[in-house]
Design a protein around this ligand. Structure first.
Ligand code: GRF
Length: 205
C-alpha cells in the first residue's frame, strides 16, 4: 500500500479518477492528503466527500517559493507520503522539493510531450496551441517530474485524434477522458512496483 500525496489547483477531475481507482481496487494506494494552492478548488470538495484530509496553502502567506514548498514537503513527510501526484497543479515545484522526491513525483500533461509543453503552456492554452498549429494528433503524457518544466522521464502516453471541427472545448473534453484513464494507470503501475527508470527512459515490467 503506497501512501500518496496529491497537489491540485482546480476542478480535480484527475484527482477523482485516482480516488475512483483506489475504491475499485486497481490502485494499491492510499491518499493521505490533498493540498491545493487555491481555496476555491473544487477538488478539495471531492477529497472531503471521499473522506480524505485536505489542506489549502495560500502562497501569499509565505515569503518565498522555497518556504511554500518546504511546508508542502513537511505535510507530506509527516504523513509518510511516498508518491506525490500533480493532478492539475499549476505551480512549479522548488528544486529542493524535486530532489527530496526524486522519481517519486508524477505529473499529467494534456499533450504529447515534447510538443506543446514548457513554461506557460498548461490547461486550455495547450489545446489552443494544438488547434492553431493544425496538428492531426495530440494526446496525453504522464511523466516523472524533474527540475525542468514537463521534461522528466515519460511513463505513459496516449494519442488523441484532432478533428477538423474541434474547438478548445471539444478537444479538451476528449483529451480529459484519456487523462482520466492514463493517470490512474501510471499510479497503478507505480504501486505495483512495475516502473523502473534507465537514464531518461521509463521501463514498465
Ligand atoms: C487537466 O487538463 C490536466 O491535464 C492539467 O490540468 C487540468 C486539470 O484538470 N494538468 P482537473 O483539475 O484534474 O480536472
Amino acid at each position: 500500500m503506497v501512501n500518496i500525496g496529491v497537489l491540485i489547483s482546480g476542478r480535480g477531475t484527475n484527482l477523482q479518477g485516482i480516488i475512483d481507482n483506489i475504491h475499485n481496487g486497481k490502485i494499491d494506494g492510499n491518499i493521505k492528503l490533498v493540498i491545493s494552492n487555491r481555496k476555491d478548488a473544487y477538488g478539495l470538495i471531492r477529497a472531503k466527500k471521499a473522506g480524505i484530509e485536505t489542506l489549502h496553502l495560500d502562497r501569499g502567506k509565505f515569503s518565498t517559493e522555497e518556504e511554500y514548498n518546504r511546508r508542502i514537503m513537511e505535510e507530506f513527510i509527516n504523513r509518510d507520503v511516498e508518491l506525490v501526484v500533480l493532478a492539475g497543479y499549476l505551480r512549479v515545484l522548488s528544486k529542493e522539493f524535486v530532489r527530496e522526491y526524486e522519481n517519486r513525483i508524477i505529473n499529467i500533461h494534456p499533450s504529447l510531450i515534447p510538443s506543446f509543453c514548457g513554461k506557460g503552456c498548461y490547461g486550455e492554452r495547450v489545446h489552443e496551441m494544438v488547434l492553431e498549429r493544425g496538428v492531426k494528433v495530440t494526446g496525453v503524457t504522464v511523466h516523472f517530474v524533474d527540475e525542468g518544466t514537463d521534461t522528466g522521464p515519460i511513463i505513459l502516453q496516449k494519442a488523441v485524434v484532432v478533428k477538423d471541427d474541434d474547438t478548445v472545448e471539444s478537444l479538451k473534453k476528449r483529451v480529459l477522458q484519456v487523462e482520466h484513464q492514463l493517470l490512474p494507470k501510471a499510479i497503478e503501475l507505480y504501486c505495483q512496483k512495475r516502473i523502473s527508470i534507465q537514464g531518461r527512459k521509463v521501463i514498465i515490467n
